[in-house]
Design a protein around this ligand. Structure first.
Ligand code: GLU
Length: 428
């Protein structure tokens, strides 16, 4: 049988379970999602036709609080993928000590093929279909791959129409004018940058002598690339879904961001316009080539399953920071570990997004709004503190950072599961 994403995710859980005392009940429950909803969303297209889309929402575990996790619009969305992503959110929220369980949602489509009006009708239709499954104290969605603040705004509005009361805390990642938080847009990349800085200090790495390749130049990838560039690191390669650019001397990231914004593709940089003059010796590379470049740090910031048994042996980077969710398969992990590559896992590295989502939810409920520097300050304190704890665990137990992050999360999940009561009450 082909390995599903969820069974692959469970391999990580099994491995971590060896290092933590957790009741058999809790570990058994954590292997299965609490509730999985599949819906059909009929949408009137601009040409008058009716098209039905498939959507999903999965609440994985709510023992630590209401479930939390994004909504993805992508042609590859399946129930298996959404369940795995919801599993990861459960561990991510626990690893960061956020008072949430894990969830995820998605619609199977290529959003680039829809007009803005069609997208709005689809987003509102999705909320009509899942409204009874979500809520500010039950399950709180957010953006994920190919969804953005505008879409979150439509969804919050639709939920408020259904409930007949303004409900900003039902969804995070909203536009600022609809109760969004300062700093939420940039939070995933910013959080990853804080973790990377804290971890690189342990290896005495100097930014100027450190080369980096970033796969994915979207919301998370372009932000971390820019922060690294500003901090003096040499970002030598970046890519998006259409391909990438490589320049051993280092790329001019601000220019690339401008090009991407005006052309929607980093490929446009391949020798049209001024960036070629700014960047000497740049080469066009594929996404696959980027992963195996001779760099110090590799940052997969696109989709899952990019590094697997098929290509892990060719990875030359010494450090990998997973900004995407699940970019390395468990088979890929084994090879990287044997080759001495340090992998800093998604459930820590990309947790800045959900951490600032938590801040947004708190601000919506309290009615008191924070400045961008306040948000970033709190994000830095929180994510670096958890990164340090996970680092200590990995050193003390002599285990990879991924296993340490799961152990760290499992300790908190166990505390919540046992506090709720387990069979210990019924057996002597
Ligand atoms: N989609 C993001 C993630 O995978 C953010 C989730 C959230 O903000 O709830 O972590």
């Amino acid at each position: 049988m082909a390995t599903t994403l969820l069974s692959d995710a469970n391999i990580r859980l099994e491995r971590a379970l060896k290092y933590v005392h957790i009741s058999a009940d809790a570990s058994e429950r954590l292997k299965f999602p609490k509730a999985s909803l599949k819906v059909s969303i009929p949408v009137r297209m601009d040409n008058g036709d009716l098209r039905v889309f498939e959507g999903y929402r999965v609440r994985y575990d709510d023992t630590r609080g209401p479930t939390k996790g994004g909504i993805r619009f992508h042609p590859g969305v399946t129930m298996d993928e959404v369940q795995s992503l919801a599993f990861w959110m459960t561990f991510k929220c626990a690893a960061l000590s956020l008072p949430f369980g894990g969830a995820k949602g998605g619609i199977t489509l290529n959003p680039k093929e829809l007009s803005k009006f069609e997208l709005e009708r689809l987003s509102r239709g999705y909320i009509d279909a899942i409204a009874d499954f979500i809520g500010p104290d039950v399950d709180i969605p957010a953006p994920d791959v190919y969804t953005n603040p505008m879409i979150m705004g439509w969804m919050m509005d639709q939920y408020s129409i259904i409930r007949r009361k303004l409900s900003p805390a039902v969804i995070t990642g909203k536009p600022l004018g609809m109760g969004g938080s300062q700093g939420r847009d940039t939070a995933t990349g910013t959080g990853a940058f804080y973790v990377l800085g804290a971890m690189m200090r342990k290896f005495n790495r100097v930014p100027q002598d450190t080369t980096i390749a970033v796969q994915g130049f979207g919301n998370a990838g372009s932000i971390i690339a820019r922060l690294l560039f500003d901090a003096g690191y040499r970002v030598v390669a970046v890519s998006d879904s259409q391909g990438g650019v490589y320049c051993p001397q280092g790329l001019d990231i601000p220019s690339l961001q401008q090009f991407k914004a005006s052309t929607r593709s980093v490929k446009a940089v391949y020798c049209k316009g001024t960036v070629c003059n700014l960047v000497d010796n740049q080469e066009a590379i594929t996404n696959e080539e980027l992963l195996t470049l001779d760099v110090d740090i590799l940052i997969p910031a696109a989709l899952e399953n990019q590094i697997t048994e098929a290509n892990a042996a060719n990875v030359q980077a010494r450090f990998i920071f997973e900004v995407a969710n699940g970019p390395i398969s468990s088979g890929g992990d084994r090879i990287l570990e044997a080759n001495g590559v340090y992998v800093f896992p998604d459930i820590l590295v990309n947790a800045g997004g959900v951490t600032v989502s938590y801040f947004e939810w708190v601000q919506n409920r309290s009615g008191l709004y924070w400045s961008e520097s306040e948000v970033n300050q709190r994000l830095q304190t929180k994510i670096v503190e958890e990164a340090e704890s996970i680092w200590r665990l990995s050193q003390n137990l002599d285990i990879p950072m991924r296993t340490a992050a799961y152990v760290h999360a499992l300790e908190r999940l166990e505390e919540a599961h046992s506090a709720r009561g387990t069979r210990d009450y019924y057996v002597s």
